[in-house]
Design a protein around this ligand. Structure first.
Ligand SMILES: [Zn+2]
Length: 334
């Protein structure tokens, strides 16, 4: 296995510095010296294992990365400041691109040829006019970039999320992240931009609410995919736990509590990192109203919740539950 630099005559300087990772042996050629040390070390470490997996984390200094491999099955790329990415990997099943283009805020340019891809996680800028994903007929799991629920500066983020969502029509499993910034009072409610979702069976909804009422945004998403059979709701927090300030605009979006929604295919709900806030209880209570044929709900508490508090919260949750729904409260017996 070899690291090969490409670029033929007449190409631009950046083109000439293109970095290629190839599984074909082209021994004797020195293509390595143009690479910055940090990226070089990371890539060499990974390629030297000759396994089917390539992980590049927290690398800097690469403008242009081209990976050609017949053996790679799993790839995770986190190369800050990247401007162009090319992947040709016929056996690739799992691709995770994280914050490669985001920090430079440059137009993301990518060409991905991975016809066997089953999982695509693209936590990065995405523009359908310059990111070409090729045919992905086996794709089962899609995770687009985070969606900012209230924002003004989300111009480059939310379109990245929405464009990738709208790139596909049917996928089994969608992982969607809704993010609330701490101070949202000068921002606009952006959920109306999400006018449709692809056809999915499983929704993994990560909500980073920063203490705000997240019911309206989550309701909006569920309304767009009411045929789901399984919902995984992750109530993640930002690094520091925050509370919603008095007079916050998040409470203006309350219509969802009285709007009709029927989730009559939903059989299983898993809620993770439950803390027992009023917003969380309100949402779970509504879930039982909407999900008329729910068979199982599993709730796992956040690590910050003591066992005695978890027991009390669990009893309240049980009181919302339909008789035919099996409730499982993780980490506590009630
Ligand atoms: Zn709020």
């Amino acid at each position: 296995m070899d690291l090969g630099g490409g670029g033929g005559g007449g190409e631009s300087e950046s083109e000439a510095n293109r970095t290629k990772l190839s599984s074909d042996d082209t021994a004797g050629k020195d293509y390595l010296s143009a690479l910055p040390d940090d990226a070089l070390v990371v890539i060499l470490l990974n390629l030297s294992t000759r396994d089917a997996r390539l992980t590049v984390r927290d690398a800097h200094g690469l403008d242009n990365l081209a990976i050609h491999s017949n053996s790679l099955q799993k790839m995770e790329l986190n190369v800050h400041g990247l401007r162009q990415l090319t992947i040709v990997a016929p056996a690739l099943e799992d691709l995770n691109v994280k914050f490669c283009f985001y920090y430079s805020r440059s137009q993301p340019v990518a060409s991905i040829t991975a016809p066997q891809l089953g999982t695509l996680m693209w936590s990065d800028l995405y523009d359908p006019s310059s990111v070409h994903l090729g045919k992905m007929e086996h794709l089962r799991l899609l995770k687009p970039f985070v969606f900012i629920v209230y924002g003004n500066d989300s111009v480059t983020l939310n379109p990245s999320c929405l464009s990738l969502l709208w790139r596909f029509k049917v996928i089994e499993h969608l992982t969607l992240t809704l993010f609330y910034q701490q101070n949202i009072n000068n921002n606009q409610y952006m959920m109306e931009d999400m006018t449709m979702l692809l056809d999915i069976t499983i929704l993994h909804l990560n909500v980073i609410a920063s203490g705000h009422c997240f019911g309206a945004s989550s309701f909006h998403v569920l309304k767009l995919c009411s045929g789901i059979r399984r919902l995984m709701l992750m109530l993640a927090e930002a690094e520091e736990q925050t509370t919603c300030p008095p007079g916050c605009i998040c409470i203006q979006q309350q219509n969802w509590e009285t709007e009709h929604l029927l989730l009559n295919r939903l059989k299983e709900v898993e809620i993770d990192q439950f803390r027992g806030s009023e917003h969380e209880f309100t949402f779970v209570k509504q879930l039982f109203v909407w999900a008329t044929t729910l068979e199982k709900m599993t709730v796992t508490f956040d690590d910050s919740i003591t066992e005695s508090v978890a027991m009390e919260l669990g009893q309240v949750l049980q009181s919302f539950s339909r008789q035919e729904t099996r409730m499982e409260i993780a980490r506590v017996r009630i």
